[in-house]
Structure formats: structure tokens, C-alpha cells
Design a protein around this ligand. Structure first.
Ligand code: ZN
Length: 306
């Protein structure tokens, strides 16, 4: 069996928690699925019209979190950290059963999703993976925010920068090679907000489940969470996790280089919509298995087709 074949979780995973914005209790199962199913969400609290596909074209709101909706207006929001974990772990196929409208926030990072996926194990199929290869550079600027995606041979690089007026957050930049680097710091980095924004969120009816248990809260030059930060670039690393999750709404893993300054869910979605509106911008490659099942040949195999 090769890591170039499609993967799913080896057994069902149960995750329970609270929605960050809704504040509602939610129970979610990540279930194994057959090859070529992809990632599919199912709202089990509803009897019909309850399937929602995490596709860039189903994103109905991406202002504070990524929300997907089906044609019947049935929604699931805050899917990005779970999608980032599935992307990073190479899970091609899974059915996510969920009994409410929001994915549990847990500790605000992807840490628990990763722990549970590792505990359940990964089942590798006989069906080759497919990847998206970016063929043309696309650049997008919206006011002070900027993002681009450009072709690479075999890697996915994410170079992300944030600039905050708050001097504790300040400017942070990090660059990861998603398929090769140790992503522990990325998975463990929590969502964050400024103390003064909490009231605004609550007035908007959002952030009802928010607490110091699931978000880093910054007040002036102080981090209100006991224990401080988990890593020195936790703010930008969380944005990279969000970006990975949002990229997975393209359906497959991607070969390309993302460079983003000040962006977020919405900008990533706008970029991907532009990429996929013209099939000259990308190609979808089925990676054919050749000989030995050995992850060491991963690169050379990909090189030979890329
Ligand atoms: Zn996030």
C-alpha cells in the first residue's frame, strides 16, 4: 500500500464539544468512506436535504469562519480547522456526521482532531490519489489584503503574513512546506482575538461559545490565557491552519505556492473561485502507483508526473 493511494480513517471517530459562534453543544462523527467519495458533511439532526459538500462554490459566508451551505440553505459553519486537519493528514475520503450547525471548536486549534485521527489510524485504499496542479499564477488584492497562487513542481508552500496594530501580535510571517514540514505547531495554534473585539462579536450574535479555553485573547500587551502562547508564531501559524482548511474546499490537495498578506477565509475563497473558473489555470492529476510502497519515492513519483 502506498501513501499515494486514497486514504480514510480506519475507524469511526467521535468528537463532542461546543460551537464557537453558536455556543451550542454538538456531537460529530468522522466516519470511514470509500474511495472517490471525498469529504462529505451530513447534518444528522435533519431528516432530508442534509448533505453538504465542502466546496469553494458552497461557501455562503467566510467573514469570520468558513460556512458551507447546500441548495436547501442547510448550513454548517466553522469547518476550517477540521478541514485543515483532514488536509494535513491526507484524508481523502470521510463522511462527517454532525448533529448541529457548527463544528465543535474544542481548544480553538486542530490539535484534538489530529490526536483522534492518529488514534483511529488511517486506512489506505487501492485507488490512486488525485491532486490539483496549479498551472498559472493568479494574484488578488483587496484593499490592504493580498494573495497569490503560483505553480510549483511538487510542493505546496504557504507563505503567510499578518500585520496587526496591536503591538503584542504585531507583524508575523511564516512559510511552511505542507507536505514535508513538521506541522505540529500549525495544528496546535489556536484561534485568537483582541479583547476589544469580543463585545462586537457578541453584539453580532457570534462568539457565544468563546472562552479562554478555545481562543487566545489579547488585551493590549497582555495575553489573558494562562500559560501564554503555545509557540512563538502562534498567531500566523493559526492563519496557515485556516488557509490549509480553506484550500481543501477545492476538493483535492494542491501543488502550488500561496503567498498571502493580511488575508483570511474570504480572500482565500475569492482566489480559489478565480482559479477554478478557467481550466487553463490548473490540472487534476491522478497519481498512478508504480512499484514499491515506500513514502521515500513520494517525491520522485510526483516529479515524474508533475
Ligand atoms: Zn481559525
Amino acid at each position: 500500500m502506498s501513501s499515494l493511494n486514497q486514504k480514510t480513517v480506519a475507524k469511526p471517530i467521535l468528537i463532542e464539544g461546543t460551537g464557537l459562534h453558536s455556543g451550542k453543544s454538538v456531537s460529530m462523527k468522522i466516519l470511514p468512506a470509500e474511495p472517490n467519495v471525498g469529504i462529505v458533511f451530513k447534518r444528522v439532526d435533519l431528516k432530508s436535504n442534509n448533505i453538504i459538500i465542502p466546496s469553494i462554490f458552497n461557501v455562503s459566508n467566510a467573514v469570520l469562519c468558513t460556512t458551507i451551505s447546500n441548495d436547501f440553505g442547510v448550513k454548517i459553519y466553522t469547518i476550517e480547522h477540521l478541514m485543515g486537519a483532514l488536509f494535513g493528514k491526507g484524508i481523502d475520503n470521510a463522511v462527517i456526521e454532525i448533529d448541529n450547525e457548527e463544528v465543535p471548536i474544542l481548544d480553538g486549534s486542530a490539535k484534538e482532531f489530529i490526536i483522534e485521527i492518529d488514534k483511529a489510524g488511517i486506512k489506505i485504499s487501492n485507488t490512486p490519489i488525485k491532486v490539483i496542479k496549479i498551472e498559472k499564477t493568479i494574484h488578488l488584492r483587496e484593499k490592504t489584503k493580498e494573495i497569490s497562487i503560483e505553480p510549483t513542481k511538487i510542493s505546496l508552500d504557504i507563505d503567510f503574513e499578518i500585520k496587526y496594530k496591536n503591538s503584542l501580535i504585531g507583524s508575523q510571517r511564516n512559510n511552511v512546506n505542507v507536505f514535508e514540514d513538521d506541522l505540529t505547531d500549525i495544528y496546535n495554534s489556536r484561534t485568537f482575538c483582541l479583547f476589544e473585539d469580543i463585545e462586537k462579536l457578541k453584539t453580532m450574535g457570534l462568539g457565544k461559545g468563546g472562552s479562554l479555553e478555545n481562543a487566545v485573547v489579547v488585551k493590549d500587551r497582555e495575553i489573558l490565557n494562562e500559560g501564554g502562547l503555545r509557540n512563538s508564531k502562534e498567531f500566523v501559524n493559526h492563519k496557515i491552519l485556516d488557509c490549509m482548511g480553506d484550500l481543501y474546499l477545492s476538493g483535492y490537495r494542491i501543488l502550488g505556492k500561496i503567498t498571502c498578506s493580511q488575508g483570511g477565509h474570504q480572500l482565500t475563497n475569492h482566489l480559489l473561485r478565480q482559479v477554478f473558473q478557467d481550466n487553463k489555470n490548473f490540472s487534476i492529476i491522478e497519481v498512478q502507483e508504480k512499484t514499491v510502497p515506500n513514502t521515500l519515492i513520494y517525491k520522485s513519483l510526483l516529479k515524474s508526473i508533475a
